[in-house]
Ligand binder design. Structure first.
Ligand SMILES: NC(=O)c1ccc[n+]([C@@H]2O[C@H](COP(=O)([O-])OP(=O)(O)OC[C@H]3O[C@@H](n4cnc5c(N)ncnc54)[C@H](OP(=O)(O)O)[C@@H]3O)[C@@H](O)[C@H]2O)c1
Length: 214
């Protein structure tokens, strides 16, 4: 079961939809269980064969064996701190890109721990944190008739967990997981999202990345 904390937002919904279409069971999490169930119902119409539920974040964290963190950076620390017990022993996928917007222009926000993913790992010592999916556009994810393009760089200090996430990436047609090394490298992937958003503004597009030569 894949669970999405803050899964009512576009990124969580988009990833949940793609994985549901690939045959995975998913739970959308929210601070408000009604909002979670509403989001789940909308996704269910787009993926009628799939099993999609909605629940409060804590219940979603309990139910998922793989739990995605898809909240804004400011919300991450309080949320994962509250759910440390529920997330113990689990694979936690950090999708968070710490960003600020000045006059609509994105910039990467410095994080004391090095990256949002490293912050999660330090707050969740009993979980296996993997950083991934930070460079995928929610708009593209939410348009299931369009094939995704690009690579997903996957960083973690837990090799088996990283391999599991790379296999999950492969469930979404046309996407490839690329081993990005240890969690130390997640900062570069998170910061790249600010660059991609700037490129999107210039080209009025939804860009992604591809690593060539591997
Ligand atoms: N959008 C993209 O294209 C994109 C692309 C790459 C990476 N990301 C990353 O993915 C994450 C989610 O992006 P998003 O655009 O889906 O974000 P979002 O819409 O701003 O927020 C996602 C959800 O987080 C919950 N949330 C918001 N503030 C919260 C708070 N203070 N405490 C607890 N929960 C809170 C809300 O759910 P409830 O109100 O239902 O609880 C909201 O629906 C972000 O970290 C972003 O950097 C996004």
């Amino acid at each position: 079961m894949l669970a999405f904390l803050g899964g009512t937002g576009p990124e969580g919904r988009g990833l949940a939809l793609r994985f549901a279409l690939a045959g995975e069971e998913v739970t959308i999490g929210s601070r408000d269980p009604d909002r979670a169930r509403e989001a789940a119902q909308v996704l269910q119409k787009l993926a009628p064969q799939a099993s999609i539920r909605g629940d409060e974040n804590r219940e979603a964290a309990k139910r998922g064996d793989v739990v995605f963190v898809t909240v804004p950076y400011e919300a991450q620390k309080p949320l994962v701190t509250q759910l440390e017990d529920e997330l113990a022993g689990k694979l936690v996928i950090n999708v968070v890109a710490p960003l600020a917007f000045e006059k609509g222009r994105p910039r990467a926000v410095p994080v004391e721990e090095g990256s949002a993913a490293m912050q999660s790992q330090s707050l969740l010592p009993r979980s296996k944190v993997v950083a991934a999916f930070q460079n995928l556009s929610a708009t593209e994810l939410l348009a299931p008739d369009r094939a995704m393009e690009g690579d997903v760089v996957v960083c973690s200090d837990h090799q088996e967990a990283k391999e599991r996430v790379m296999a999950l990436v492969g469930l979404i047609k046309n996407l490839r997981g690329v081993d990005g090394g240890g969690l130390e490298n997640a900062r570069y992937v998170e910061q790249l999202t600010a660059l991609l958003l700037s490129i999107n503004r210039i080209y009025k597009a939804h860009s992604s990345i591809r690593i060539v030569g591997v």
